[in-house]
Design a protein around this ligand. Structure first.
Ligand code: HMG
Ligand code: MG
Length: 298
């Protein structure tokens, strides 16, 4: 069976824009977020409080949140890697954060400048303090379905990382296919391993990148297992021609088209969303890679 309703966790403003070579002006980001809220998206990942040298595209996080008009009923989570990031997020009035771990040593080193064990030591005080402040904390795990440097990643290794993060007090576990190599059978294996490690499917979200065109099939496999939160990026933002690992997320339009067809509720107005992505594509100076956006607005 399929869920009646799916929550779309829109990551375009964060995962999308962090990978665009163009630095998008804060005014454009603000209009983007306003339009996404008006299109009916209820979770808008807004930005990251990471080191500005690591991700210059999101160096305007403070400015963005200070000027953001928060729409009623919409949550605006942000990425936070460490206590310095949490300080900044709290000062900006954030109520919902996400820590982001890696399933592999190679990516922990490259993304966080930490070993696998050190990443947990970095997140532990962040989650504890955030929870004490009444914040909701999501945990991402990257490279759940394969790693650019290590190749296949054992599902049990993903599950062990996910379990440790959930034991810290995170409320949701987003399984990331950072390089977009997953296929539906592997999705079943990884979710099965995560369940076996004690994390129920009700707490699992999926985060697919569409590098090999498998993101929708993988999403459907996850939905059939009972997953009800799916990450996606408006217009499939985030494609970078230079890095295999930075291909765009599943496009929100492609996801909504499929869910509309299946009769699964999302609350999203596909027309308004496609308008938004067509508008954003103009700002970025390149067409949206989303098949649905091209079909509707091409
Ligand atoms: P580090 O260099 O090891 O940091 O980076 P450090 O702790 O040694 O500190 C060095 C300096 O940075 C210090 O300043 C800190 O204050 C400063 P100094 O004392 O030398 O003047 N600093 C900061 N400044 C601002 N904000 C901060 C911060 N932290 C330290 N938060 C660090 C470690 C984690 C900070 C760095 O590696 C980093 O920022 N990484 C973020 C990388 C990132 O954002 N990647 C993309 C998101 S993950 C993703 O996209 C995957 C996902 O989509 C799921 C999927 O697809 O798989 C989520
Ligand atoms: Mg991602």
């Amino acid at each position: 069976g399929l869920p009646e309703r799916v929550t779309i966790w829109e990551v375009g403003a964060r995962d999308g824009l962090q990978n665009e070579s163009a630095v998008v002006p804060v005014e454009v980001k603000l209009e983007f977020l306003d339009r996404l809220a008006a299109a009916g998206l209820g979770v808008l990942e807004a930005t990251s409080f990471v080191h500005p040298k690591w991700v210059p595209q999101l160096a305007d996080a403070e400015d963005l949140l200070a000027r953001l008009t928060r729409a009623e009923g919409v949550s605006y989570p942000v990425l936070v890697p460490n206590e310095r990031g949490l300080d900044r997020a709290l000062a900006a009035g954030v109520r919902h954060i996400a820590v982001f771990g890696s399933a592999t040593e190679s990516f922990a080193k490259r993304n966080l400048n930490r070993t696998l064990d050190e990443q947990f030591a970095m997140f532990e005080p962040v989650v504890a303090r955030a929870r004490a402040e009444g914040l909701d904390v999501r945990a991402y795990v990257s490279m759940c379905f394969g790693d650019q440097w290590e190749g296949p990643v054992p599902p049990a290794q993903v599950a062990a990382v996910g379990r440790r993060l959930m034991e810290m007090g995170c409320s949701q576990l987003s399984l990331g296919d950072t390089i977009g190599v997953a296929t539906p059978g592997l999705v079943e294996s990884v979710i099965g391993a995560v369940n076996a490690a004690g994390v129920p499917t009700s707490r699992v979200a999926v985060h697919f990148h569409d590098t090999y065109g498998q993101a929708l099939s993988n999403t459907l496999a996850a939905l059939r297992l009972g997953v009800t939160t799916v990450d996606s990026s408006a217009g499939g933002l985030g494609g970078c021609p230079y890095a295999e690992s930075a291909t765009g997320n599943l496009a929100t339009e492609d996801l909504v088209w499929m869910l509309d067809g299946l009769g699964v509720e999302t609350g999203v107005d596909l027309d308004k969303l496609a308008d938004t992505s067509a508008w954003m594509a103009e700002r970025l100076g390149r067409p949206s890679p989303s098949r649905v956006v091209r079909a509707l607005r091409g």
